[in-house]
Ligand binder design. Structure first.
Ligand code: F6R
Length: 364
């Protein structure tokens, strides 16, 4: 049931601190400050690369995972949408781990990619929310997300739980590959354990975000920009807005702005800039200034340090607390989901059942 929420999507957004906490506890031993060895039964030291694929929002989770595995564990990740991966005949090595991400565990293209990799003799790991699904049955290793049933067609809590699993696995891989030491593992586990607390704080921004959404519901097009781990979030923000509010939105890597999309920008174009004060911040802010100089209405999502470091006057600034770099993609997802949700409510669309969409895409 929706409880006292108007929509399942709203309920599922608000469940995130709790379900992320359940998911993290399955992978991380907080008292020892370690990834649980039984929760990640893959010898990442012997894996030469990860071949990952997924669809839609699950694909964007995988894309964030790529940044983590490469940065923390120095483990290269090839990732593609499953509908391309399965036909691409990519050369695969038997020492690679094939990794799939799926809420339902039934998505046709992801399942076909899984079966293709199995045929090629790869070990199959799947991050999946539905434990009894076809993908879970056909995998060598199942990495469950403990999000609980997700009813809203637009994926919300499944995404942040997928990210929580990916971050835990990347830390585990780093430890096994010797790219981080015990103290660094403890530090990262401690940082991950803080996600539910920051997610709860992010939910407190809802009234401000609802007010911004009222204005957003008046526009025809929205551009989302981000760099590093915020780039997949820009893609996810645009997907969420278009699928439930039917407003046209595009997500771009911030550095790609000047290679085309900047031509779209004028006074009628909101540009949502996702920029925690991290190692990509300065570059993203200079892209934001380019957009502002063309009249783009900037909505900046940043933290205290970021707001202090940027002198540009924005249309709106959504301010999160300062937090460790590894958890920003998970916590910054919440304001992005709330923006899409409230904009859709103002548009009067069927939020939980958007037109032309199905919760589980079992056809190609
Ligand atoms: C978007 C959304 C879809 C799914 C995609 C994959 O909000 O929900 O893009 O993420 O259809 O579905 P699963 O994860 O079930 O494989």
């Amino acid at each position: 049931s929706k409880g006292n929420h108007r929509h399942f999507m709203e309920k599922e957004i608000h469940e995130q601190p709790e379900v992320i906490s359940h998911t993290l506890a399955n992978y991380l031993d907080f008292s020892k400050g370690r990834v649980r060895p039984d929760a990640a039964p893959v010898d990442f030291a012997k894996v030469d690369r990860i071949a990952a694929s997924a669809c839609g929002t699950a694909f964007y989770a995988g894309l964030v995972g790529k940044y983590w595995f490469e940065h923390i564990a120095r483990l290269p990740v090839d990732i593609d949408v499953a509908s391309e991966f399965r036909y691409r005949e990519m050369p695969l090595s038997k020492d690679s781990l094939a990794l799939f991400v799926s809420q339902s565990g039934e998505t046709a293209d992801t399942l076909a990619s899984l079966r293709y990799c199995k045929q090629q003799g790869l070990s199959i790991g799947t991050i999946v929310n539905v434990r009894e699904s076809t993908m879970a049955r056909e995998s060598n290793t199942v990495f469950p997300t403990l999000a609980g049933p997700e009813v809203g067609v637009a994926s919300t809590k499944a995404f942040t739980c997928q990210l929580s699993v990916l971050a835990s696995l990347a830390v585990s891989a780093g430890k096994m590959r010797g790219t981080i030491n015990e103290e660094e593992e403890r530090q990262l586990v401690r940082e991950l354990s803080e996600i539910p607390r920051y997610a709860t704080q992010a939910l407190k921004l809802e009234a401000q975000i609802e007010a911004i959404s009222r204005e957003l519901s008046q526009v025809k097009h929205v551009l989302y920009l981000g760099r590093g781990t915020s780039y997949p979030l820009a893609l996810e923000g645009a997907l969420k807005l278009k699928e439930i509010s039917y407003i046209h939105a595009e997500g771009y890597a911030a550095g790609e702005l000047k290679h085309g999309p900047i031509a779209l920008i004028d006074e009628s174009m909101p540009v949502i800039v996702i920029a925690p004060h991290d190692r990509w911040f300065e570059k993203t802010i200079s892209n934001m200034q380019e957009a502002a100089a063309r009249g783009g209405k900037i909505i900046l999502i940043t933290d205290e340090k970021g707001a202090a470091a940027s002198t540009l006057k924005t249309w709106h600034t959504i301010l999160l607390p300062d937090m460790p770099e590894i958890i920003t993609p998970i916590v910054y997802t919440l304001p992005i989901q709330m923006l899409a949700y409230h904009t859709a409510v103002f548009m009067g669309t069927d939020v939980d059942q958007p037109r032309n969409l199905a919760k589980s895409v079992t056809v190609e």
